[in-house]
Design a binder for this molecule. Structure first.
Ligand code: TMP
Length: 213
């Protein structure tokens, strides 16, 4: 399938403020007249949303690490095939709240699955599809977990994971960004919302040569 749209992903640990910022970026791009598909993982397609329920709720040790990674990739494959690639082939912008870097960070760096195994699963399930730009919202683990806890939503399975898990995945995201600087932009998410949004607008403007207001 020929791909002519733009693909932006947002990544980060718990409570980094992704959902607010993806909506603000969508609004800014729509003001320029672009068609924007806002989606998320795990989920984003009807089948993947069903799989999401198995992942974000219930006992922390509900799955062994590899089963969990396979569930994320099963959801992602469906999401890519049914939502992301069709939108990109129509020339639309796709913004996804999380994508494959989350599996590398959470199941790889966090749970300790060998990173090469995650890369192989990724190639098997979605081929070479990569975002054009990945915004990584970074903040200290405690700040993020406090914010996420204050939200009080039901989907808390990952928030409840302990034992340095969240620090490992934060370090993992920063490591991924260091290895792929042409794709990834790290933004300090402890700043005020407007400052974070400004930094996101600048990253998008630089990457795609658009002027965002
Ligand atoms: P959300 O809270 O950003 O909607 O994401 C749900 C949880 O799923 C979040 O705690 C991170 C986790 N997750 C993974 O562990 N691996 C993945 O590949 C993805 C996409 C999410």
């Amino acid at each position: 399938m020929a791909v002519s749209g733009r693909f932006i992903t947002f990544e980060g640990g718990e409570g980094a403020g992704k959902s607010t910022n993806v909506r603000m970026l969508k609004d800014a791009l729509e003001k320029l007249g672009h068609v924007v598909v806002l989606t998320r993982e795990p989920g984003g397609s009807p089948g993947a949303e069903e799989i999401r329920k198995l992942l974000v709720d219930g006992a922390v040790d509900r799955w062994d690490s590899m089963t969990e990674a396979l569930l994320h990739f099963a959801a992602r494959r469906d999401h890519v095939a049914r939502i992301i690639l069709p939108a990109l082939s129509r020339g639309e912008w796709v913004i996804s709240d999380r994508f494959a870097d989350s599996t590398m960070a959470y199941q790889g760096y966090g749970h300790g699955i060998e990173l090469q195994k995650i890369s192989k699963l990724q190639a098997l399930s979605i081929g070479g599809l990569k975002p054009d730009l990945t915004i990584m919202l970074d903040l200290p683990v405690e700040t993020g977990l406090d914010r996420a806890g204050a939200r009080g939503d039901e989907e808390s399975r990952y928030e409840r994971m302990a034992g340095g898990f969240h620090q490992r995945l934060r370090d993992g995201f920063l490591d991924i960004a260091k290895r792929e600087p042409e794709r990834c932009v790290v933004i300090d998410a402890t700043c005020a919302l407007e400052a974070v949004h400004d930094a996101i607008r600048t990253a998008v403007a630089d990457r795609f040569s658009v002027v965002l207001t």
